[in-house]
Design a protein around this ligand. Structure first.
Ligand code: ADP
Ligand code: ASP
Ligand code: MG
Length: 473
């Protein structure tokens, strides 16, 4: 049994959906579970319309809503000819858009887009795509059955970034999903969304459909989780920043998890957690080139002599520094500082301390003002926004000397701070101003993956075919 997840761009147009249908038909020899994101950039459009409404531009928000509705109806009509099925589906789709319109009116009146409302609102993207796709699949005789992901993916109440409750998900999978698989149906589920104990809709954070697929794969003990996207697997760097980035045939769980955590958008940062716990291989594949090999992520890899495997970056970071002479020779100081972040449930991405100062880098900035106010009781606090973390990843990074020197030689003309060798010791990261990223990331890529070194570097990218075959799950 396999879990297949398709991201927004994989289902963003009629031609993309045709490719997805072919992939599903090819995968049908075994049991499959399908997870989908919203169509194309629908989630971004939903955020735009809600923000317009909240800022008092009701007409603008209704205009975006109308366009989004047309987009969905066009996709639906491309696959379903006029008739009863199409009318029934059109009524369902209109129902979802009527809900959205009502919520927009509420947002415009209340001028408040609180986290629970945001989750309820954004969930419509995945509800729409999966409702439409499951009907289209049935029309072409695939035995698809739509399951309500909100009833299966039980979470806590941390709206916008909910944590799954594995035990409850396991029970729901047994009750609602397994019977469908057992009768040879193909379950179709919305990624990204779930619900809390009270039945209120939650989401797993932007890009969360990958996480849904991995959670289901782990609970179902799937043979493999496939993440179908718009690039040839995980690459040596973000291809939108580095034109000659290359795909990496195999990565270890730890490497892929580190890359995802440090910003490689191709996977939601938490995707590898359930897969690692249950040792379920994850394959990242390109919907537009389905015969490509993509990237296979496996529990362990034999060393292949190449320490650096990929470079990730994450923008929108805030760097906070606390300078205090009280720190000198005192203990418990760091704990008191981290407790402030804990109270506001803010995750710290990187931390470094010296004898009289602590530097902390974070991605979240909700409650940041309150945090800074509290930190000021410890010493003088500096805040720099629009920072980025750049992370060089590879299992053998610490076995090879000189990697740090190569990194800092490559970025010698850019001011960097908070240099850190991750606790897992498979990465080296640093902070710089995000405006330097278009120079820093390609330069690092040239250092470790340049064409002139291609022979030597190819060996890190490719294991011999025989080795890869032996690694297949
Ligand atoms: P989906 O809609 O399929 O979930 P995403 O946009 O979330 O797709 O993720 C795919 C994108 O991730 C790619 O188009 C690419 O620009 C970006 N990306 C960032 N880092 C990497 C990387 N190291 N390898 C591959 N893609 C990456
Ligand atoms: N549609 C959601 C988003 O755009 C979830 C996902 O695509 O995985 O963030
Ligand atoms: Mg994604």
């Amino acid at each position: 049994m396999k879990v297949l997840k398709f991201g927004g761009t994989s289902i963003g147009s009629v031609s993309a959906i045709r490719k997805v249908i072919q992939i599903i038909q090819k995968s049908r020899q075994e049991k499959i579970v399908l997870v989908f994101s919203a169509f194309g950039k629908t989630t971004d459009r939903l955020i735009e319309m809600a923000e317009s409404a909240v800022s008092g531009q009701a007409e603008e928000s209704y205009a975006i809503l109308r366009k989004t509705q047309e987009y969905h109806l066009d996709l639906m009509q491309a696959f379903l000819p006029p008739g009863e099925d199409r009318n029934k589906l059109a009524a369902q789709v209109s129902g979802y858009f009527a809900n959205l319109k009502q919520m927009l009116t509420g947002l415009a009146a209340l001028r408040d887009f609180s986290p629970p409302v945001r989750d309820e609102f954004l969930a419509h993207g995945e509800l729409l795509s999966t409702t439409i796709l499951s009907t289209v699949f049935r029309w072409i005789s695939l035995p698809a059955v739509w399951l309500d992901a909100r009833k299966i993916v039980a979470t806590d109440s941390r709206f916008n970034a909910a944590e799954p409750k594995i035990d409850r998900i396991g029970q729901q999978v047994e009750q609602l999903l397994l019977p469908e698989l057992n009768r040879e149906a193909i379950p179709v589920l919305a990624g990204f969304i779930g619900s809390n104990r009270k039945g209120r809709t939650t989401t797993l954070g932007r890009g969360g459909s990958d996480y849904t697929a991995a959670l289901l794969g782990a609970i179902l003990q799937a043979q493999e989780v496939q993440i179908w996207t718009d690039v040839d697997g995980i690459m040596t760097a973000d291809p939108s920043l580095v034109a000659d980035a290359r795909s990496i045939p195999v990565l270890s769980f730890r490497e892929a998890a580190e890359l995802a955590y440090f910003g490689a958008r191709v996977l939601h940062p938490k995707t590898l957690i359930p897969a690692m716990e249950q040792q379920i291989p994850v394959r990242v594949l390109n919907t537009h080139r389905p015969d490509g090999k993509g990237t296979l992520i496996l529990p362990e890899l034999p060393p292949n002599g190449q320490p650096v495997r990929s470079i990730a970056y994450k923008e929108g970071m805030t760097l906070i520094t606390i300078v205090s002479s009280k720190m000198f020779k005192s203990y418990g100081f760091l704990k008191k500082i981290t407790e402030v972040f804990e109270r506001y449930q803010i995750a710290i991405d990187l931390i470094a301390s010296s004898i009289v100062s602590v530097a902390i880098a974070l991605h979240e900035n909700v409650h940041i003002k309150q945090v800074i106010r509290e930190l000021q009781s410890f010493g003088s606090v500096g805040v720099v926004e629009k920072q980025a973390v750049v992370c060089v990843v590879g299992e053998q990074i610490r076995q090879k000397s000189g990697i740090a020197e190569q990194i800092f030689a490559a970025v010698h003309d850019v001011p960097v701070s908070m240099i850190s060798q991750g606790g897992s010791e498979i990465s080296i990261s640093f902070i710089c101003d995000e405006k330097h990223l278009p120079r820093v990331v390609p330069e690092l890529h040239r250092t470790f993956f340049s064409a002139s070194k291609s022979d030597r570097m190819q060996s890190h990218l490719t294991y011999p075919e025989s080795v890869i075959a032996g690694m297949q799950p």
